[in-house]
Design a protein around this ligand. Structure first.
Ligand SMILES: Nc1ncnc2c1ncn2[C@@H]1O[C@H](COP(=O)(O)OP(=O)(O)O)[C@@H](O)[C@H]1O
Ligand SMILES: CC(C)(COP(=O)(O)O)[C@@H](O)C(=O)NCCC(=O)O
Ligand SMILES: [K+]
Length: 279
């Protein structure tokens, strides 16, 4: 079995993948803050022959996790943000400082769609752009939904936005604190994503397919007007592309990859921008 780890600032997600069939056997998540201890809903390492890790947590957490795993597993691969990989050139002045989860998302998005806009709705919401030729432009970072809520200190932190609630419901003025907060942070997130996407596509003269991932992707997806696809395993896709092990991965196939969304015409994006400028 292959154990893939996506260690974020809130949750450490893991996924067990069958090395022969490429089938995903199980998955789970534990809070990143706590030590990464066996038994706490993580898989039995005896069945694991290789581990692939994307981590943005503190170096100490990663070192501890790698040390623990190396005692039990032969192959442990740790992903890093590099100057270039798989045809993508890192747009950061200091490539190593780009969050590894963002780099994994950019690589997976490029392998799937070529040029793309990769949005990861986690502790932070990150929005990255890769041009059709593989040039990563850098991106934008805004607080994630939970962080925005916590910053308000209005005691609404644990009241998540109901992923099943109607999108237009979230456009209504809130008549209770929790609704005022949830509608506000939802609009902040989706408005930023819609506008940033349009501005960058306008600047670069290309309409890019958008791929959405992260724990809040389902909620945010409902408000994103840009044609997009939700790919929960996009960060894992970057690990599969960087460290291909199964037959399917060697053929460039990434688990759970969605059909590439058809962007709207650039003219339409530009018209939308012009109109929003008039408001
Ligand atoms: N089981 C969960 N526990 C905590 N947050 C969750 C959970 N499921 C979804 N979320 C939402 O997803 C976000 C964390 O998503 P994730 O992409 O895992 O973050 P990160 O990669 O930054 O750790 C939280 O901000 C929260 O809004
Ligand atoms: C921006 C992030 C905190 C997002 O991480 P996440 O929301 O997945 O926990 C992470 O990508 C990170 O630590 N980046 C390093 C700084 C940068 O990308 O510029
Ligand atoms: K993430």
């Amino acid at each position: 079995m292959i154990l893939d780890l996506d260690i974020g600032n809130t949750l450490s997600k893991w996924r067990l993948k069958d090395a022969e069939s490429s089938e995903i056997r199980s998955r789970g998540a534990v809070w990143t803050r706590e030590e990464w201890r066996p038994g706490a809903d993580i898989p039995d390492l005896d069945v694991v022959e290789a581990v692939r890790i994307s981590s943005v947590a503190r170096a100490a957490v990663l070192e501890e996790t790698v040390a623990l795993l190396r005692r039990r597993v032969r192959n442990v691969h740790v992903a890093h943000s590099t100057q270039e990989a798989l045809g993508v050139v890192n747009g950061y002045e200091e490539p190593g400082r780009l969050g590894v989860d963002r780099w994994m998302g950019a690589l997976a998005g490029y392998q799937l769609a070529g040029g793309c806009c990769a949005v990861d709705c986690g502790s932070a919401i990150t929005i990255d752009f890769v041009l059709p030729g593989g040039q990563h432009l850098g991106g934008f970072i805004i607080p994630g939904l939970r962080l925005m809520k916590e910053s308000l200190k209005l005691g609404t932190r644990n009241v998540a936005i109901d992923p099943e609630s109607e999108a237009d419901e979230l456009l209504e003025p809130g008549r209770r604190t929790v609704d005022a907060v949830n509608h506000g942070i939802y609009m902040a997130a989706v408005s930023a994503i819609n506008r940033i996407y349009s501005e960058v596509c306008d600047q670069e003269g290309v309409a890019l397919p958008m791929l959405l991932t992260g724990g809040d992707a389902r909620v945010v997806s409902r408000g994103v007007q840009v044609p997009h696809a939700v790919w929960p395993d996009m960060v894992y896709g970057g690990l599969e592309a960087c460290f291909p092990m199964t037959f399917a991965e060697r053929a460039g196939k990434m688990s759970g990859a969605p059909r590439v969304p058809e962007p709207v015409a650039l003219e339409k994006i530009r018209a939308g921008l012009a109109f929003s400028m008039l408001l």
